[in-house]
Design a protein around this ligand. Structure first.
Ligand SMILES: *Cc1c(COP(=O)(O)O)cnc(C)c1O
Length: 399
């Protein structure tokens, strides 16, 4: 077991994420935007929300934006808008943040996991096809999950770490089998495929998170649903205010899923800078790629692959490594912050034991959970900091 250097403080500190430099650069503008909301005392679904909805929808190549309280609530209200509930099945990935499958289960539907592609970490269209062809059948024009009798209604791919899933193949499957598609783009605002088509513009509804660690982060929780479907946009808009339209007349049951005017005001200041921040993350990723290649660590460190021509926005820069947990501990001692996204794939979480999965069911997701490590990638990192991260990792393997 290698121990981190002891007895002296690290030569440098590289946190996984530091939001302060971004705030300092925009402080005056953000404070003025917050002050305008305070002066107006209009906190709920006001002009800042409408402005944000229009500009984020456009940014995602969609017609409509519906601001909501978080990325999690974006997923939940999207499922509700597509009338997914008890007895239904939604296909998704086991290698993602909990909310993806958590929201499916909260509607009463059953998450059906399909393994990931080991290169992109995104759901594998081949695995989805295999699931459909071996575990489902068509009945009365519906796709039915044989073991449970559930109606397989939707597919929820995640654009993990900021790279879009293989949407051409997934959308072809969705058309073939009549599935609705909800894109979990919480980590992927502005990510695009090789044709320049952006995350959220492929499926029925795209879901964004403005959690502070995402590329476009609020000052707390916030999220958005975006869509090109006017009827779905209307339904989402009603569902986020308890399903009441006109007010106090409820055709269906919604919830309080509103985004705060204050959060929208902050995000309106930040959105024009998002392309610069994502470009800086891409520069940092390219620096890491080159520095790791120079370090000659062979297979001990495998850097992430952006597929040719895609726009990867690097919400996370995730390497695969040998002796991951030891390395992580060593880096902590060297002043380098890291994180494991995600240590337990969702099919092995205790709360999903009722789905009846066991270790070995999704080997690629399980391998990823054991090998991956996210490194600092935020826009304001210096080259000296990035090089220090690489040098520290090289030191660990040379000890
Ligand atoms: C962050 C995230 C969410 C949830 O977003 P919140 O705003 O934190 O609720 C959902 N899915 C993925 C993949 C995420 O990374």
């Amino acid at each position: 077991m290698s121990n981190p250097p002891t007895g002296r403080s690290p030569a440098m500190r590289v946190p996984l994420l530091d939001l302060k430099p971004q705030y300092r650069a925009l402080e005056a503008e953000i404070q003025a935007a917050i002050r305008r909301v305070c002066d107006s005392q209009a906190f709920i679904l006001g002009p800042a929300v409408r402005e944000l909805e229009a500009s984020v929808a456009q940014y995602c190549q969609c017609r409509f934006g519906i601001g909501v309280s978080s990325g999690t609530d974006a997923l939940l209200v999207a499922l509700m808008a597509l009338e997914i509930g008890a007895g239904d099945v939604v296909i998704t990935t086991p290698y993602t943040f909990f909310a993806t499958a958590g929201t499916i289960a909260r509607t009463g539907a059953r998450p059906a996991f399909c393994d990931i592609d080991p290169v992109t970490f995104n759901i594998s269209p081949a695995a989805v096809r295999a699931f459909i062809e071996t575990e489902c059948e068509r009945s009365d024009g519906k796709l039915v999950h044989r073991a449970t009798g559930g109606h397989v209604k939707a597919l929820m791919p995640v654009h993990l770490y900021g790279q879009v899933a293989d949407m051409d193949a997934l959308m072809a499957l969705a058309r073939e089998y009549g599935l609705r598609v909800i894109e979990d783009a919480a980590q992927a605002i502005g990510a695009a495929d090789a044709n320049g088509k952006r995350a959220c513009s492929f499926g029925d509804i795209g879901c964004l998170s403005f959690f502070p660690t995402k590329n476009l982060g609020a000052f707390g929780d916030a999220g958005m649903c975006v869509t090109n479907d006017a009827a779905l946009a209307e339904r989402l808009d009603i569902l986020r205010v308890h399903g009441g339209k006109p007010k106090y007349y409820h055709a269906f049951i919604g919830g309080n899923f509103r985004i705060d005017e204050l959060q929208a005001a902050v995000l309106n200041v930040k959105l024009p800078h998002l392309d610069d921040w994502s470009a800086a993350r891409q520069r940092n990723a390219a620096f890491y790629d080159a520095a790791f290649a120079r370090a000659g660590l062979g297979d001990r460190v495998r850097t992430p692959k952006a597929l040719p021509g895609v726009r990867h926005i690097y919400n996370q820069y995730v390497i695969r490594v040998e002796r991951r947990d030891e390395l992580r501990q060593y880096l902590a001692g060297a002043g380098v912050g890291t994180e494991i996204y995600y240590p337990i794939p969702l099919h092995l979480q205790q709360c999903f034991a009722y789905l009846g999965h066991k270790a070995g069911d999704f080997p690629e997701a399980e391998r990823a959970a054991q090998e991956t490590l996210a490194l600092p990638i935020y826009p304001e990192l210096s080259e000296a900091q990035l090089q220090y991260v690489v040098d520290s990792i090289a030191d660990f393997y040379r000890r």
